[in-house]
Design a protein. Sequence first.
Length: 215
Amino acid sequence: MRVVGGFTSFVRTVVIPRLPEWRIRYPQLQIRLIEDDFPALLRLLRQRALDSVVVELDSTTTVQQALSAGMIEEPLLDEPWKLVVPAGALLTTENIDLGNLPLPWLGVDSSAANAAVLGRLRQSAGAQMETVHRYHETLTALALVAAGEGVAIVPTLALSGVSHDGVDVLDVPGLGTRRIVLRRFDGRRAASMPVDTVARLLRESAAAFDTRSTS
């Protein structure tokens, strides 16, 4: 049995839809999923409670982190960040000033890559950017935005297959991208082959996902 950890949008959108196919192709390969936040996933990986983890990073600001001895990192997917605002809140979507929007920003869990984007935008704006509330799940953010409570930075995957009622999803220059990577310990023995197979399946599934579509 191979245990893979990951965050919500990747697990829901990229992994789960492929599980039936993988069961048919590899009947002896049992995959178990653990969904959790970034710190918890890395802790479980270091404890060897997980075979591999999928993590998210803000590609614009994240400096390559020192990996534990024997740990390797493989790229899976780069996807654009999106600006989500209440429907009709912006009279024009040209030349959006991210440091001077008519609504406050929604606060996001500090372990999420979105938080790094907000920090980057604060620095580039050179001004205090007010945040209200604090969410963990994208569905909560969308509900708050639709209610007119604020605006949010959301990754493309998280918008796939969910309702966009009451919000406008915008592509804005300067938001950057979210980098999704797989981390695992490098195995040199035959016992590592199932882990290699899972890594390949994750790469294939990520490569097949169209990040241009959020419907």
